[in-house]
Design a protein around this ligand. Structure first.
Ligand SMILES: [Zn+2]
Length: 362
């Protein structure tokens, strides 16, 4: 049985790893100094306003003018709302977790707004992301991202079940309801438990009120108001809502799983004591980048495609990721360090291969 709370530390970096990180850090600092604070803030605020505007704009159009579109156009708008809704969570919610929007209170508000917009509890996400995922990336038992529940075996150290031999076949279908489960079950379960993968989740009356109020307001906004004012029947509204969540679920699952869970990356056991791997090497060997030097993909995806540089420098602005990823590629080659990157197709294939291997070889 793996301990999720025992003291755990990374191995000291080897002289070679230290030399790599020093060289990388120096070049990253130069790039950061070359960018202006005003330019960085403009990039994040422009993207935030664009995504929020699109998301709540589509919601307003569907809620108050829904029937004028016709059923198929309304359904297409629900799918589009799912796409930009995920963008709101990634570009506002995730980015503000790392403080890119200026003063701290503003970041706290953007974090809350980003996740509340899709009905997710921002504070539970924040503690899981910073204290579990970033601190112990891909360490089984310590990183909430490696917890696939009973249905999915995501690391070799997790106890296998017979039916998981089919997980590469049914896994992708589960991804279509990933955030529906998160919205209706996962947040409440984590709050009740008071921790996620060993990291503490604060339980206060205010946090509990936020958890319940965010869900209640979300359902009022996305189900009751469209039902009351759009002219569509409840079955049609529910169909549109589920379709929207299919997109949010799949997009979120693809973002989280392709960047860390696949057959090429590593999953050390996060039990206790000192790991055999250093922090620097673990960030690189546990992460898969998807076209990380693409400026367009970086803008759309909130930098999620350049995940290695994000784990090494979580406070760096994502508008620098394409350039920083190019530097990372050069420095890893120069110093013989691991760096995994490829296309979305490759990442998906490697993820399914990982599910198949873990399902078939307990
Ligand atoms: Zn992050």
């Amino acid at each position: 049985m793996i301990s999720k709370t025992a003291p755990l530390s990374y191995a000291a970096a080897t002289p070679g790893e230290e030399a790599f990180f020093r060289a990388l850090q120096a070049r990253v600092q130069t790039e950061i100094q070359r960018s202006t604070r005003a330019g960085t803030l403009f990039y994040h605020w422009f993207r935030a306003v664009l995504y929020l505007g699109l998301y709540w704009g589509i919601w307003w159009a569907l809620s108050f003018h829904g029937s004028s579109f016709g059923a198929s156009t309304a359904l297409a708008l629900c799918l589009a709302m799912g796409f930009v809704g995920t963008g709101v969570a990634l570009n506002l919610g995730h980015e503000s977790t790392h403080g890119v929007f200026g003063p701290k209170p503003l970041n706290r508000f953007i974090l809350w707004l980003g996740f509340s917009s899709i009905g997710i509890d921002a504070w539970i996400w924040e503690s899981g992301h910073l204290e579990s995922h970033h601190r112990y990336v891909n360490l089984e038992g310590r990183d909430i991202g490696t917890d696939g529940g009973k249905l999915l075996r995501l690391t070799r150290h997790q106890a296998p079940s017979k039916f998981q031999r089919y997980q590469h076949l049914y896994g992708p279908w589960i991804y279509f309801i990933y955030t529906i489960n998160w919205l209706l079950v996962r947040d409440f379960k984590i709050y009740a438990h008071g921790s996620q993968a060993g990291s503490v989740v604060k339980k206060t009356p205010l946090r509990l009120l936020n958890l319940i109020a965010v869900k209640a307001v979300y359902f009022i906004l996305t189900l009751w108001i469209p039902y009351r004012y759009s002219g569509f029947g409840f079955a049609e509204i529910l169909t549109g809502w589920v379709a929207m969540h299919f997109v949010i679920s799949l997009y979120t699952a693809v973002s989280l799983f392709t960047s860390h869970i696949n057959a090429r990356v590593s999953f050390p056991r996060g039990s206790s004591g000192t790991l055999s791997v250093s922090w620097i090497r673990q960030q690189l060997s546990s992460t898969f980048d998807i076209h990380p030097t693409s400026t367009f993909l970086n803008f759309i995806w909130g930098g999620f495609n350049a995940h290695a540089i994000h784990h090494l420098f979580p406070q760096a602005s994502s508008h620098l990721y394409p350039r920083l990823s190019q530097i990372l590629r050069e420095e890893t080659q120069k110093h013989g360090m691991p760096y995994h990157w490829g296309s979305l197709f490759e990442a998906t294939k490697l993820h399914l291969q990982h599910l198949k291997e873990l399902g078939a070889n307990p």
